[in-house]
Design a binder for this molecule. Structure first.
Ligand code: PGA
Length: 254
């Protein structure tokens, strides 16, 4: 069985002081969770979060990583910097990075390779825009993002990756994909992985849904067989909402 994984993507929210406040509320609420719980905080909150999450069941994640070990890359963060902070997971290829910061499938691939070789778990984001969906390109876009994003990644390493299917039109808009649509598209992504690797590997890789997932729609989404968790933006910024999503995951999958 694939262990569900619920990850919060805090994006550019919460100062270090606010991080402390939110985690103080969240830690006791999720301490008995059976699902894997992760928070991907801003770089400036990593130190605070890392101290607070010691000896808890919440894993620490970052929101990006550079592909080089070190060097003249102003504004970038390396895998070893993250590892020293206690980071275990890293979001790669989020649609906001693709849309606003020039992230391409090729740079996504380089980051995934670096994350894996450093021992970080990549949360690789894929998903179509509204226009791509309307013109019937959803599968094609997901296939391209997966094929290039996972280029040169061995079958063994592929099993360590978490994939987040995030239809861009559903992110931050309150327009969640229907349970059926999300499950079907994730099922197709699993088929693509099965062609790229093997059926056995495809069945092991965890695929999350992301895009306006909240405490109200989480039960229905987590009830779907292909959906192995969620990547949660807005609703991860409130301890109560995020913990309800984790409870929904626990109740549907265990
Ligand atoms: P949202 O964001 O839950 O606020 O839609 C999800 C994401 O971008 O990862």
């Amino acid at each position: 069985m694939r262990r569900p994984i619920i990850a919060g993507n805090w994006k550019m929210n919460k100062t270090a002081a606010e991080t402390k406040e939110l985690l103080e509320q969240l830690i006791p609420k999720v301490k008995d969770a059976k699902s894997e719980v992760v928070v991907c905080v801003p770089y400036t909150s990593l130190h605070t979060a890392s101290q607070m999450l010691k000896n808890t069941n919440i894993g620490l994640g970052a929101q990006n990583v550079h592909w080089s070990d070190k060097g003249a890359f102003t504004g970038e963060i390396s895998a070893s910097m993250l590892l020293e902070m206690g980071v275990k997971y890293v979001i790669i290829g989020h649609s906001e990075r693709r849309q606003y910061f020039g992230e391409t499938d090729q740079t996504v691939n380089k980051r995934v390779i670096q994350a894996l070789s450093s021992g970080l778990t990549p949360i690789l984001c894929v998903g179509e825009t509204e226009q791509e969906r309307l013109s019937g390109q959803t599968d094609e876009v997901n296939r391209r993002q997966l094929t290039i994003g996972l280029q040169d990644i061995s079958e063994e390493d592929a099993q360590k990756i978490v994939i987040a299917y995030e239809p861009v039109w559903a992110i931050g808009t309150g327009r969640t994909a229907t349970e059926k649509d999300a499950d079907e598209t994730i099922g197709k992504i699993r088929e693509m992985l099965s062609v790229m690797y093997s059926r056995d590997t495809a069945l092991k890789i965890r695929i999350q849904y992301g895009g306006s997932m909240n405490s109200k729609n989480a039960q229905g989404l987590m009830a779907m067989p292909q959906i192995d968790g969620g990547l949660i933006g807005g609703a991860s910024l409130k301890a109560e909402d995020f913990s309800l999503i984790i409870k929904a995951s626990d109740s549907q999958k265990f």
